[in-house]
Design a binder for this molecule. Structure first.
Ligand code: OGA
Ligand code: MN
Length: 305
């Protein structure tokens, strides 16, 4: 029998009584309901093959493919499986100056996955093969609770706002300096709403990430100050849950209504081997909000005034 217990914070549920490798449709229905009630689910003691993780993930929808996938140089053989590890294709730890290591540092800032894509990431599923002996937690923040805690005036102020997100904004903040125009051109910025309404539950949340570069219609400085303030407020201890990893943990989160960040560990000495599958959304969040009849502050409207 499947049981779900809240882990301190009500938005994180710990699920027992299901082997994800062989999950049945009936069990899946229960897991899906629990997922939408919470927003983060933790499954411990799993024994998942890559195929099993892919199969379970696909039950939630189509998976995101890696854009820069090079089968001959990758440790993982599926272009739908992302390597969130500190080892290369030969199983060796990344050296201090590895490009991928610098790139991964951006995950230590509060973010939600894929907001810099036109079609963002919906659900991420991260499975731990090997964990660091110390450090390396992942922290989660409840963006529904952060939204609910705002005053009615602030909710009204934020409702029409649109943000521009750029992967290189979060990377720039950790000192990553490869701003090669060819690389950047592969990942142009994307616009997303600031207040996101969940299609399944109807609940609103703050849709924020360290990838956010600017608030559309506001000056750069003013916009960035607002983004920083909102991220700070939304990640107050009362909204945050830390997950200490064990091998065999699968943690899945809803990118629509949570943020997360990786905590440091001694990555030059210890292996941390994690694999992520990612369910992709069907539509850009600005397009969806407009289709639902919301009025948003888009650049074009401002210049018309
Ligand atoms: C991710 C991520 C955090 C971590 O996989 O999207 O941000 O702790 N991971 O590895
Ligand atoms: Mn992430």
């Amino acid at each position: 029998m499947i049981t779900v217990q809240s882990l301190g914070r009500t938005f994180v549920g710990s699920v027992t009584g299901v082997a994800l490798e062989t999950i049945t449709p009936e069990q899946f229905a229960q897991v899906e309901a629990a997922f939408h009630q919470h927003a983060v689910l933790v499954f411990r003691g799993q024994r998942l093959s890559d195929e099993g993780q892919l199969r379970f993930s696909r039950m939630f929808g189509p998976l995101q493919k890696r854009s820069n996938y090079a089968r001959d140089r990758e440790r993982l053989t599926s272009d739908e499986m992302m390597d969130i590890s500190n080892i290369d294709a030969d199983g060796k730890l990344f050296p201090p100056d590895a490009r991928q290591r610098a790139m991964n540092m951006g995950d230590r800032l509060w973010h939600t996955d894929g907001t810099f894509q036109q079609i963002p990431s919906l659900i991420s599923l991260l499975y731990a093969h090997e964990v660091a002996p110390e450090g390396g937690n992942t922290e989660f923040a409840d963006m529904r609770a952060a939204y609910d805690a705002l005053s009615p005036e602030r909710k009204a102020e934020y409702e029409p706002l649109v943000l521009e997100h750029d992967l290189f904004r979060s990377r720039e903040q950790v000192g990553f300096q490869e701003f090669n125009p060819d690389v950047r051109a592969l990942r142009p910025p994307a616009k997303q709403v600031l207040v996101r309404r969940h299609e399944r539950t109807g609940r609103r949340s703050l849709y924020l990430a360290s990838h956010a570069t600017r608030v559309v219609g506001r000056g750069l400085e003013e916009g960035r100050a607002l983004l920083q303030q909102l991220i700070e407020e939304a990640t107050r201890p009362e909204f945050v849950h830390a997950h200490p990893w064990q091998p065999g943990d699968l943690v899945m989160w809803d990118n629509r209504c949570t943020m997360h960040r990786a905590r440091p560990f001694d990555d030059l000495r210890h292996r941390r081997v994690m694999q992520r599958t990612t369910v992709i959304d069907t539509e850009n969040s600005v397009d969806r909000a407009l289709r639902e009849g919301r009025s948003l502050l888009l650049e074009e409207e401002l210049s018309r005034v």
